[in-house]
Write a protein that binds this ligand. Sequence first.
Ligand code: 5GP
Length: 484
Amino acid sequence: MLNSFGEGTTMGQHVAAYYQVLQELATEAVSGDTLRDTLATMAKKTASAMKSSGCSVLLFDAASRRLLHAVSHGLSDWYLRKGFLDADKSLGDTLEGKVVTVLDAATDPRVQYREMAQRQGIASMVSVPLRQRGSIIGALRVYTREHRHFSTDDIAFLTAVAGLAAVAVENAQLRELEAARDAMFSQPDVPRLAQDLIRPISFSHPSEEEFARLLDFYKIQWMYEPRSFPLEWDGDKVKEMFTPDFYLPELDLYVELTTMKQELIREKTRKLRRLKELYPEVNIKLLTKRDYHRLLAKYGYGPLGRAEVNVERILLSAPQIQRRVRQLGKAISGDYAGRSPLLIGILKGVVCFMPDLMRNISLPVSVDFMAISYYGDQETESVRIIKDLDRSIAGLDVIMVEDIVDTGMTLNYVLHYLAARNPASLEVCTLLDKRVRRLVDVPLKYIGFEVPDEFVVGYGLDYNGEFRNLPFIGIVTPSPTEAK
Ligand code: 5GP
């Protein structure tokens, strides 16, 4: 068994080497490189400074409670694709903010894939949390071939590297936000998840790249070849493996793309059949190009309108909207603590937003709806209430829930109408704010997203009665001229 210094190295030399590497990594953390390149350099230099056999940076995906290998050095491909790392089962204390050291990976129950670790030749490992402003966003791990007791210097060094890795993540997120703002795109509410900033360097087939682009277009999260499934064994040796091309975490679906070559399809079909026998819980689809367009349509990502106009680009993805609605619900719950607000929605644009919002408010709320019709010519544009409230709002805390505020005229009219009925308070919560088109200044207390001057549909918003059922918000083209 070795101590952490290896043979023939004095403590002074060792610590000096750590300082040297830290200095290099500090420069790396704020370089303009892609996040993947920066973290890859960190993993490589850390592994070498520690005289270890491997190092990886894992990112925590809160939605699935999994750890994802962002980058790694010195670990084989099959080891990386051995299966998903359950954040609670794989050295789970790291997520509690603790440093976890493992002397014998083959027997320690805190290691999720002990047998695989043994095959990879990993004897010991250490896992240090990656922190970003109080939250744990991942882990830095170092693996050694020999059994090793990690010293306090080792841990101090790794903690510093983990801090620099977290800085690199934040730096990449900020760069993205800045780029989005510069592009005058709707301002993203939250930085993109670190794992979305990491992309594979190369695809093994152009069709995979095209599929990835399509998923990006629809803002569907994807992972490229994250897992290999053993299919045949010879004794305890794996004889055949299958690695599906993609995993779509939001749909919990693996996707394998095929070309049209018949013999390849046959071979893949055989493997898939075997995979389904061995792993019945796994949801996987074999897709041709035509199929995948159909699949996306099935999940609500497709041309659902009658082709008079088309969704040209997705502005806000379904998960993005859901995240923001949760935040709005939380803010309202905090601001109205101890009270029971009445939510008033104007039909029909709030048909998606209102139910999602109210389910995220942890207070007793009641709801009511109004309907409005627009009439008059261009100059005397006016609104008329065609469905009024069911009961009096006098003395109530009212929150007007709107899908989108454009010129502000509708809301201005409705707010005056409601204010005259003496509510205790009156505030507005709108999902979208098309601020650049504002003619009448209306006070908006809660805003989901600011959107550009484009006609948007989906998530309750329609064009000629269509598109309301899209789970995302998109921009239609050609821009409808009669759009308000
Ligand atoms: P405002 O009175 O603020 O100009 O318009 C508000 C109403 O116009 C919204 O409630 C919505 O029904 C409609 N509207 C404004 N902009 C859009 C848009 O981009 N897409 C859709 N579908 N409706 C819009």
